[in-house]
Design a protein around this ligand. Structure first.
Ligand code: C2R
Length: 161
């Protein structure tokens, strides 16, 4: 598996969300390639991008708000893992999300809602064949544990004071 994640977003409106994912990937020393292509609007471009990058055995992260065609489209064209990370919207009671979670048979993008967690999921896939990334994930998880312990210690101290 290549130490590279290709983030395909459906619109430049998703760039901030993509950058949040890229920042976490970079903290694991994983290269993040950012591309804009919509399965709805430019399916041929989308297809060509997927075929170009899949030769490198990458993880794809797809960002598509509203009606998410991009994630299923991408997953169905490649052997590489695809993680859908649709941007948050509370419009229409958050119903956009349904277009990410119900896929036809044989189409299996994984949906992870938080940008940080989507990057972590991609890093874990890469870590299966990369010891350096594995060590960084273990360190990341230890840091989270330490933060939790510290928060509890402080809470107990403040309650006793
Ligand atoms: N869901 C999709 C797809 C797709 O699934 O192919 N292409 C664009 N979009 C999303 O529509 C929202 C508005 O897009 P526009 O800015 O083009 O109106 C964005 O969040 C985009 O990801």
């Amino acid at each position: 598996m290549n130490k590279k994640v290709v983030i395909i977003m459906g619109s430049k409106a998703d760039l901030d969300w993509a950058n949040q994912i890229a920042t976490v990937l970079n903290s694991f020393e994983i290269e993040a390639v950012l591309r804009i292509a919509s399965a709805h609007k430019v399916p041929l471009k989308c297809y060509n991008l997927i075929k170009e990058y899949e030769k490198e055995n990458v993880v794809f992260i797809t960002i598509a708000g509203m009606s998410n065609a991009l994630s299923g489209f991408t997953d169905a064209q490649t052997h590489c893992p695809v993680i859908a990370c649709p941007p948050y919207s509370d419009k229409f009671g958050g119903t956009d999300l349904f277009s990410s979670v119900r896929m036809p048979s044989g189409v299996a993008p994984l949906t992870v809602l938080s940008p940080e967690n989507a990057a972590l999921a991609a890093a874990k896939i890469i870590a299966l064949s990369n010891e350096d990334v594995r060590a960084m994930i273990v360190a990341y998880q230890n840091k989270k544990r330490t933060e939790l312990e510290k928060a509890d210690d402080e809470l107990q101290k403040n309650r006793l004071a």
